[in-house]
Ligand binder design. Structure first.
Ligand SMILES: [Zn+2]
Length: 88
């Protein structure tokens, strides 16, 4: 996962900077203050496959990726999934 060199923010400051209020490493999921993995831990639920996919992309790109970096992460994640399925 992407790690920040900055000190942890206050939860409200993280929210205003459009970061997950728990891990403060990636943007939150749409309509929520937390990213999908933190939301799943908070609620005690499992991630759906699409949520896990989105979480892996966010973990690769960090908080404010450009469109190009986000697109590259999307295809890398798909490539990793295909290679992982082929290995099994
Ligand atoms: Zn989080």
């Amino acid at each position: 996962m992407w790690t920040s060199a900055l000190a942890p923010l206050h939860r409200h400051a993280a929210y205003r900077r459009r970061l997950c209020v728990e891990c403060q490493q990636v943007p939150p999921a749409a309509g929520m203050p937390r990213c999908y993995p933190c939301h799943a831990a908070y609620t005690g639920t499992r991630l759906t496959p699409s949520q896990a996919h989105a979480a892996r992309i966010r973990a690769m790109t960090g908080p404010r990726p450009s469109v190009e970096v986000r697109a590259l992460a999307y295809y890398l994640e798909r490539f990793i999934a295909v290679v992982s399925e082929a290995r099994v």
